[in-house]
Design a protein around this ligand. Structure first.
Ligand code: GLN
Length: 303
């Protein structure tokens, strides 16, 4: 396939969507991002990267980080995390509190905030420094040693983290958080505040397209764990829009309120798209449109 030509076609097809939607403003530092940006990168399984638009511009990864923390926990700890977090779509917003009470402090899945807090709590217990561990992994897997936390975004999010604090305290009340909530929030916020570009993220997620293998051929997670992460991305990665995303795009995907979406085509490639305007569910408007256009043009979906 002529990757550059397809990516240019996708860019052309989504021009009208760029700038639509609303930039996340509940984290004040994110509200200053230009909604007119758009980038798309594709990384093949052998590490070739192609891109279009602002694909080399760093942005706040936000909830896209949740894919990587889950992988790092599975890599170290195997299946045990599933005793503390489910794997069903929540049908609720990513920061919702309502299900937690009647489901006894066990979050629906690892990609809503409550679930990601549990995963981060485990990574913190296992490593003593979950955000440092994640940053090292992402630097190595993306090949970009400059990947780092945006301390302004982190401070802004930490100062406005009442909902996440409520989720964490509530789960701690059910015995589902092991570390002090303050420490947990600190690491969680730093993970969300990592700044990467589309190429970095597409490369870093390559192990999901390579059935668990890192770029050097070593194994991060088993083939079946890679399959499972992809499955949970498909069913839960875009929150209460996961059904619509699967319908339109037909790929495992994970979004973040920074406007990024990571998508995986197992055995072929990873894609990362970024455009900061979000729909009401917190997913990038132009990002979803671009992935929809990509799978329609190429026929590369998991279905
Ligand atoms: N850091 C954000 C939060 O905790 C991540 C949410 C997201 O990207 N959906 O609210």
């Amino acid at each position: 396939m002529d990757h550059a030509r397809v990516l240019a076609q996708v860019h052309d097809l989504v021009k009208d969507h760029i700038g639509r939607g609303r930039v996340a403003d509940y984290i004040p530092a994110l509200s200053r991002v230009d909604p007119g940006r758009f980038g798309l990168a594709l990384a093949t399984c052998d590490g070739e990267v192609h891109g279009v638009g602002d694909w080399r511009t760093p942005f706040s990864v936000q909830s896209v980080s949740k894919v990587f923390t889950l992988a790092l926990v599975l890599a170290r700890d195997g299946d045990t995390i599933w005793r503390r977090v489910g794997r069903e779509p929540s049908g609720n917003p990513f920061n919702s509190l309502v299900q937690l009470e009647y489901e006894n402090g066990i979050p629906r899945n690892p990609f809503v905030n409550a679930g990601a807090l549990v995963v981060t709590d485990r990574l913190l217990t296992l490593t003593g420094d979950s955000s440092g561990e994640l940053r090292s992994f992402l630097r190595e897997a993306s090949g970009n040693p400059a990947v780092d936390v945006d301390t302004e975004v982190a401070a802004s999010e930490e100062a406005h983290s009442h909902r996440n604090a409520a989720l964490a305290h509530f789960m701690a009340g059910y015995g589902n958080i092991d570390n002090p909530v303050q420490d947990l929030l600190h690491h969680y916020v730093r993970q969300c505040s990592l700044t990467m570009n589309c190429a970095d993220l597409a490369l870093a997620a390559g192990f999901l397209a390579r059935h668990g293998l890192l770029a050097d051929g070593s194994r991060l997670i088993s083939r079946s764990e890679a399959k499972r992460i992809n499955a949970v991305m498909l069913t839960c990665g875009t929150y209460d829009e996961a059904g619509e995303f699967a319908y339109r795009v037909g790929l495992p995907g994970k979004s973040g309120v920074g406007g990024g979406i990571l998508a995986v085509i197992p055995g072929r490639c990873t894609l990362c798209v970024w455009s900061p305007g979000l729909d009401a569910k917190g997913n990038s408007v132009a990002g979803v449109a671009a992935l929809d256009a990509f799978t329609s043009l190429t026929g590369w979906s998991v279905f």
